[in-house]
Write a protein that binds this ligand. Structure first.
Ligand SMILES: [Cu+2]
Length: 289
């Protein structure tokens, strides 16, 4: 049997229903067209703008001092990864839209006016396979990244595992968080049951929160720590984090809970162990071990 390509130039001529050359050759030819190069240039520019905007947005988020925990660090990393992954596709779509707005297609002219439409892209094997493969790989990557990050964050915030079953349970500070219209209060059962309207904690020590509400549903949100959990009347929900940055951060209610919901906020103050011990003594509690 002969392996020589037996096609003759005549065989490629109009007798075929579409006179399109093989897929890769078409892609190469497409790249030679000026409008294709302009769209790719626009794609690169728009993608770069989208990625730059993400840096600006995260910088604004961190104006209040965050990230103050590994959890928030992971969340910000995920924002970057999701943006880097999706920016080129969004950039490509917006590039075609922008090019159309500018009337770019009207300038696409050959030596003579085309007498019929070009071949449909749905029968272009290379384009179809490339599009499905790229989209599937991107979607699979996002799902896997999301699941791994979710598991990491859940582990760092103690998930549904009780405090005394955590590997670092010996060191964790238990704090009872109570929401009510429209204030937060924090009770430290292991420090002589002192109660504070501000959440004062030592740096690098795991915190374990038992969260509840006295009236309606609230949501306990430690903004720069990336932790948020519902505060339900008659039930206790648990979360936690390890503060890794000294400073004063924001605690807010993240569930519409009535007239003064927007003002239901207080501070997270992360201090050194010595400052925490003296704060506990000032509040009339027992010194921590
Ligand atoms: Cu509230």
């Amino acid at each position: 049997m002969s392996t020589v390509d037996e096609r003759t130039p005549e065989a490629e001529e109009p007798e075929s229903p579409t006179n399109r050359p093989p897929g890769m050759h078409l892609a190469t030819r497409w790249m030679e067209r000026p409008y294709a190069r302009r769209i790719i240039l626009l794609t690169v520019i728009i993608s770069a703008v989208i990625i730059a905007l993400t840096f600006v947005m995260v910088a604004f988020m961190n104006l209040s001092g965050g990230p103050a925990s590994d959890i928030q660090g992971e969340i910000e990393k995920t924002m970057y990864v999701l943006t880097f992954t999706s920016a080129p596709l969004m950039g490509f779509t917006l590039a075609i839209l922008t090019y159309s707005w500018w009337g770019g297609w009207g300038k696409v002219k050959g030596p003579e006016e085309p007498t019929e439409e070009g071949p449909a892209i749905r029968t272009n094997g290379v384009a179809v396979v490339a599009w499905i493969t790229v989209c599937s790989l991107l979607a699979a990557f996002l799902v896997i990244w999301g699941l791994v990050e979710l598991a990491t964050i859940t582990a760092s915030s103690y998930g549904s595992v009780p405090a005394n079953q955590q590997p670092n349970a010996a060191k964790a500070i238990d704090i009872n968080v109570t929401g009510q219209q429209w204030v937060w209060s924090f009770q430290y059962p292991d420090q002589g049951k002192i109660t504070s309207s501000e959440l004062v904690v030592p740096i690098n020590v795991p915190l374990y929160f038992n969260v509840t509400s006295l009236d309606v549903v609230h949501s306990f949100w430690v903004v720069e720590a990336g932790v948020k959990i519902d505060a339900n009347p008659g039930a206790i929900t648990n979360t936690g984090f390890t503060p890794n940055k000294l400073g004063t951060f924001n605690i807010r209610c993240a569930e519409l809970c009535g007239l003064h919901h927007a003002y239901m906020e207080t501070n997270l103050r992360v201090v050194t162990q010595e400052q925490f011990d003296s704060w506990v003594r000032e509040m009339g509690g027992a010194k921590t071990s």
